[in-house]
Design a protein around this ligand. Structure first.
Ligand code: SI3
Length: 294
């Protein structure tokens, strides 16, 4: 598959857990089917923040990668987020998902310690040079505290296997600079609530948690921008952002999961220490579902 074939709209896959925190395989399969059959997404981003990935063991991550590939087969594109504080785990997962046939891997910038850019670059080189695959940098400064500037993106992109970035930041000046500087690299918008603005800047795709439920509306925003129908796109972004604001206020992943449950998809519990929805939050999620998704 050519790099440009990786463009498109990807759901950051939600993961269903049982009440005891174990993986709910049937629930995960149902979420994947819902994304393919109802949301009509181009691909899935597996093992991201939305997948509560950083709360899981290596074996659990591997099992989720296996389930996603087994359920999705080659019907849609699959990107595996393998990044970890433990670069050796990241390498192990990069090898594992490449062997499974994932179309690309992605890795969050290493976090917690204040790594220098040289260290960050070496982390990426170690991961991607261990496999015959392509890598998308996962930049999410508001959670990691790691900011990468235009020149540093250029340093990373010198490795031809590092083909793009998932840009989860509100810095649209930086996004514009990166777009202009690296027209051949793939940029995925990471904040669903800023999809319109990112589309105007000509990103190559988007990866988001809310597409698990709002995927059809999200795609329409992208299409309207491409057709130059900015007023209509803005109206849809307004509705989308009313939805996202209500979801964020009620608890992001637990509300998305409750909304899926209301559609008969067993999205299950969250993984501790992440809290699952309380009765009051479930009630509010029902109102959100009825207002925006029915
Ligand atoms: O890694 C992932 O699961 C993502 O793709 C994350 C994605 O950028 C989401 N960010 C987080 C922290 O969940 C967004 O889709 C986000 O949930 C949404 O824009 C609402 O703020």
């Amino acid at each position: 598959m050519k790099n440009e074939d990786l463009k498109g709209l990807y759901s950051a896959l939600l993961i269903s857990f049982n009440e005891d925190g174990s993986i709910n395989e049937q629930g995960i399969r149902e979420i994947i089917r819902h994304n393919i059959d109802k949301m009509k997404v181009d691909g899935l981003y597996v093992g991201g923040s939305t997948g509560e990935n950083f709360l899981l063991s290596t074996d659990e991550k591997k099992r989720i990668f296996e389930i996603a590939k087994d359920e999705a087969k080659s019907d849609i594109k699959l990107i595996a987020q393998v990044g970890s504080m433990n670069v050796y785990e990241a390498i192990e997962l990069a090898k594992f998902t490449t062997d499974l046939g994932y179309d690309a891997i992605s890795a969050v910038t290493p976090f917690y310690y204040k790594f220098s850019f040289e260290e960050i670059k070496e982390y990426y080189e170690m991961i991607i040079n261990s496999v015959d695959n392509r890598l998308i940098v996962y930049s999410i400064p508001f959670l990691t505290g790691v900011n990468i500037n235009v020149e540093q993106f250029g340093e990373l992109f010198k490795n031809e296997k590092i083909i793009g970035v998932k840009f989860t930041a509100a810095d649209f000046y930086l996004l514009e600079r990166v777009r202009k500087a690296y027209p051949e690299h793939l940029i995925y918008a990471g904040f669903d609530e800023m999809m319109l603005s990112a589309s105007v800047l000509n990103v190559d795709g988007a990866i988001g948690s809310t597409f698990n439920l709002n995927g059809i509306r999200a795609r329409k925003i992208v299409e309207l921008v491409k057709e130059g129908k900015i007023d209509e796109a803005r109206e849809l972004q307004h509705i989308t952002n009313d939805f996202i604001t209500d979801v964020l206020n009620n608890g992001l992943y637990s509300t998305l999961k409750t909304c899926l449950e209301l559609q008969g998809v067993h999205a299950g519990y969250s993984r501790r220490p992440m809290k699952s929805a309380s009765e009051a939050q479930k009630q509010r999620a029902k109102e959100i579902y009825e207002k925006y998704l029915k």
